[in-house]
Design a protein around this ligand. Structure first.
Ligand SMILES: Nc1nc2c(ncn2[C@@H]2O[C@H](COP(=O)(O)OP(=O)(O)OP(=O)(O)O)[C@@H](O)[C@H]2O)c(=O)[nH]1
Ligand SMILES: [Mg+2]
Length: 471
C-alpha cells in the first residue's frame, strides 16, 4: 500500500485552526459509516460498548528524516493497539512527506486515495499513527465521511477499558478530557448529559450540526470544571498515599520499581518474585495500577518492589501528565529494574522509548538495571546482554536467571549506599528514629557514651546525619 510520492507542496502560513477542506463532502450523508470506536462513551466506569468489531484503516506518514521501514514498524504496533482496543485493521496507507499538511495531515491527493480505499474496504474509522490537530481531525472526518482518530485516542481508549481502581479511572478520565477539550469545536451536539457522559476523540457525532456557540461554551465550561474536580481528587489521593507511605516507613527497605515497555513481562516478574497475583495478559497496558510487594533478597535485605504501568512509543503526553502520581514510584525509586522483551523484533527501540518517558517523569537519573526477559523465547538474548554492560537475562515465565537478577539487585543497591558508623547520644531518640527511618541498621549497641550504630545509608541520608557520624 506504500507509494512514496515526491514531497507535496506545503500549504504554508495557514492558521491551522481555521483550515477547512474546501470541497468537503456532505458529512450528514455519511453519518452511517461512522463507527463508535474511539467514543469514550461516558465516564470510564461505563466501559465502551463494542457491539461489533469495527473495520479500521491505519495511516502512517514518513516525514523528512524518517524512513518508510520505521513507519511500517510503527504501523505494526498501531495495528496491535487497535486490536487490543477491540477492532480489526483492514488496510493501511503510507505516505512520504516533508511535513504534515496542516489541513489534512496527508497531502490532498493521498487523502482522496484514502477516501476511495475506505469506501472500497467499507471501513468505519481511519486511525493515524501521529497525533492529529483538532482541525485536521475535523477536516478529515468531513472529507472521508468517517471517524478520523489518532494513536493517542486509541491508547486513551485502551487505558479507559483497562482502568480498574478509583485512581486509575480518574487518571484516565482526566487524560481523556484534556484530549477532548480542544477538539470540542465543531463537534455535533456536544455534551449530552453530565460532564462525564461524553464522547471524545471520535466525538459526539450523532446527528445535528451547529449546536451554536452557547452550547459549546457550556460544554467547555463543564469539561473545565470536571478537569479541576479530577485534578483536586487526584491530589487528595496522592496526599493520602504520601501519608501511607510515611506511616509504612522507609526503614530498611529500598524501593525498587519495575519499569518497561508494555507487554515486556513486568507483572509476570513481580508475580514470580512475590506471588503478587497481578493480572498478566498478552495484552497491551494490562496493568494501570501500581502494586507493591515486600521482598527479601538473597543477602537478607528487604526491598519494596513495585510493578507499574507500561510505556509505549509516542505515549500520549496527557497520560504521562495524568499518571504522574502513579509514575512517581519510578522517580523516587532507589533502583529501576527495566524489563525488556528480549524476544521482540527491536529491543533497542523499546529501551529508547522507555528511557524517554523516564526522563519525562523525572526518573532519568535513577540507577537502572536492564533486564532482558523472555529468554526462553529469545535465542539471541546472550548477545543483548553482551551489548549492554551490566544487564541480565531472565525468563519470568520459567524462572531462569531470576536468582541472578535478585543477587544483582542486591549488589546494585549496596553499591548505592555506604556502611557508616554512628554515635548517637542517649537522649536523642529522635535521631535514633531517623537513622532507622532513613537507612538499614546493621548493628545497634549500647556504649558508655551513647548508642553505637552501624548502618547502611544512601548519600542523602549520610549528609543529613553527618553530625552523628563517628570518626
Ligand atoms: N515466553 C515468555 N513470555 C513471557 C515471559 N514473561 C511474560 N511473558 C508473557 O508476556 C505477556 C505480557 O506479560 P505481562 O507480565 O502482562 O507484561 P507487562 O509488562 O506487565 O505488560 P503491561 O502491564 O501490559 O504493560 C504475557 O502473555 C506473559 O505470559 C517470559 O519470560 N517468556
Ligand atoms: Mg503488567
Amino acid at each position: 500500500m506504500s507509494s512514496p510520492e515526491p514531497p507535496a507542496d506545503l500549504e504554508a502560513d495557514v492558521d491551522q485552526d481555521d483550515v477547512e477542506v474546501v470541497d468537503a463532502v456532505d458529512a450528514d450523508a455519511d453519518e452511517s459509516h461512522r463507527g463508535a470506536f474511539g467514543d469514550f462513551g461516558g465516564t470510564t466506569d461505563a466501559l465502551i460498548d463494542r457491539t461489533f468489531r469495527e473495520r479500521i484503516v491505519i495511516v502512517g506518514v514518513t516525514l523528512a528524516g524518517g524512513d518508510v521501514e520505521q513507519t511500517e514498524f510503527d504501523l505494526d504496533e498501531l495495528a496491535l493497539l487497535v486490536d487490543t482496543a477491540g477492532a480489526d485493521v483492514v488496510g493501511r496507507v503510507v505516505q512520504r512527506r516533508v511535513a504534515p499538511d496542516p489541513a489534512t495531515y496527508l497531502g490532498k491527493g493521498k487523502a482522496q486515495e484514502l477516501k476511495e480505499l475506505s469506501e472500497a474496504l467499507d471501513c468505519d474509522t481511519v486511525v493515524f499513527d501521529d497525533e492529529l490537530t483538532p482541525a485536521q481531525q475535523r477536516n478529515l472526518e468531513k472529507l472521508l465521511g468517517r471517524t478520523a482518530l489518532d494513536r493517542t485516542a486509541v491508547i486513551l481508549d485502551i487505558f479507559a477499558q483497562n482502568a480498574a481502581s478509583v485512581e486509575g479511572r480518574a487518571q484516565v478520565e482526566l487524560a481523556q478530557l484534556r484530549y477532548l477539550k480542544p477538539r470540542l469545536r465543531g463537534k455535533g451536539q456536544g455534551l449530552s448529559q453530565q460532564a462525564g457522559g461524553m464522547s471524545a476523540g471520535g466525538g459526539a457525532r450523532v446527528g445535528s450540526r451547529g449546536p451554536g456557540e452557547t452550547q459549546l461554551e457550556t460544554d467547555r465550561r463543564r469539561i473545565t470544571r470536571r478537569i479541576h474536580k479530577l485534578e483536586a481528587d487526584l491530589r487528595t489521593m496522592s496526599a493520602h498515599k504520601d501519608t501511607q507511605y510515611k506511616r509504612r516507613g522507609r526503614s530498611r527497605a529500598a524501593q525498587v520499581a519495575i519499569v518497561g515497555y508494555t507487554n515486556a513481562g513486568k507483572s509476570t516478574l513481580l508475580n514470580r518474585l512475590s506471588g503478587a497475583g497481578v493480572l498478566v495478559e498478552d495484552r497491551l497496558f494490562a496493568t494501570l495500577d501500581a502494586t507493591t510487594r515486600r521482598l527479601q533478597l538473597p543477602g537478607g535485605e528487604a526491598v519494596l518492589l513495585t510493578d507499574t504501568v507500561g510505556f509505549v512509543r509516542k505515549l500520549p503526553h496527557q497520560l504521562v501528565e495524568s499518571f504522574r502520581s502513579t509514575l512517581r514510584v519510578a522517580a523516587e525509586a532507589d533502583l529501576l529494574v527495566h524489563v525488556v522483551d528480549g524476544s521482540g523484533p527491536d529491543p533497542a527501540a523499546h529501551i529508547d522509548a522507555v528511557r524517554e518517558v523516564l526522563a519525562e517523569i523525572g526518573a532519568g537519573d535513577v540507577a537502572e538495571l536492564l533486564c532482558f526477559n523472555k529468554a526462553d523465547a529469545a535465542p539471541d538474548v546472550d548477545k543483548l546482554v553482551e551489548r549492554h554492560q551490566g544487564s541480565v537475562a531472565i525468563s519470568a515465565r520459567t524462572g531462569e536467571g531470576v536468582e541472578h537478577l535478585l543477587a544483582t539487585i542486591g549488589d546494585r543497591l549496596r553499591h548505592a549506599t555506604d556502611v557508616v558508623e554512628l554515635l548517637v547520644p542517649f537522649e536523642r531518640g529522635d535521631v535514633l528514629a531517623e537513622v532507622h527511618r532513613e537507612g538499614e541498621v546493621l548493628v545497634e549497641e549500647v556504649g558508655p557514651d551513647g548508642m553505637h550504630l552501624t548502618a547502611r545509608l544512601d548519600e542523602a541520608a549520610s549528609a543529613k546525619l553527618a553530625a552523628w557520624v563517628a570518626g
